[in-house]
Design a protein. Structure first.
Length: 230
């Protein structure tokens, strides 16, 4: 019999490896980010517009701080934010509905799960531990097309994110881009960026993955379309 992952002798498929973004893909970091930002603002004497800054989470923190302080202050402020983060953001940050099931679906298909995030790795690991995410590898502080190097190195075949820059990372790695609408980017923005699939949220991912793997097993090209909205 052919080995697992093979259609016929001499014709094998790559092992399933699915990468997930963290903030606003697996976890809802709005409340925790806002609380940390407010604590930082108190220390620095800056009234950050937290509602505005948390409405489209995704860009690196330093990019967001650049609009509110001088360039010489940003590095220290970013370091202080990351130091404050564990006390303010871990406990109040929930997993999105479907996050654990999405990871379990990869596991059930014999796949490997990697987490590729722009978040500081030590803080990302705290979320993983707190919420009990079953992952094989975590890579932090990578953003946009920079994620492609990690995805390629780890053999990823699919990358799931919520931001157009997650799409850019998947495209640069030459793998399937799956986008969810739980972040600040619209369906149109994600499609314009070149994503292959748009799902309302991660609750739709297991069914999409099953259909995708079935299509791959039968030699169909392309990727099943987005799951319809309920």
């Amino acid at each position: 019999m052919p080995e697992a992952g093979s259609d016929a002798p001499g014709a094998s498929r790559p092992r399933l490896v699915v990468g997930f973004d963290l903030d606003m893909t697996l976890i809802d970091t709005v409340a925790g980010f806002a609380a940390t930002l407010e604590a930082l603002g108190v220390e620095l004497g800056i009234a950050f517009p937290t509602e505005e800054m948390t409405s489209r989470l995704g860009p690196p923190l330093e990019h967001m701080l650049a609009e509110h302080m001088g360039p010489q202050e940003i590095e220290a402020a970013g370091d202080r934010f990351r130091a404050l983060y564990p006390d303010h953001a871990i406990t109040p940050t929930p997993a999105f509905p479907g996050a654990h099931d999405a990871i379990s679906a990869v596991r059930a298909a014999g796949g490997r799960v990697i987490l590729v995030t722009g978040k500081y790795a030590a803080n990302a690991q705290l979320h993983v531990d707190h919420l009990g995410f079953d992952i094989d590898h975590l890579e932090g502080w990578v953003w946009g097309v920079g994620k492609a190097d990690v995805l390629t190195r780890e053999g990823a075949t699919i990358y799931v994110g919520d931001h157009i820059h997650d799409v850019e990372g998947a495209r640069a790695a030459g793998i399937i881009s799956v986008s969810v609408l739980t972040g600040g980017c619209t369906r149109e923005e994600l499609e314009d960026a070149g994503t292959d699939v748009v799902l309302d949220d991660l609750t739709a991912f297991p069914a999409w993955l099953e259909a995708h793997l079935a299509a791959t097993a039968t030699g169909q090209t392309g990727s099943p379309g987005p799951t319809p909205s309920n």
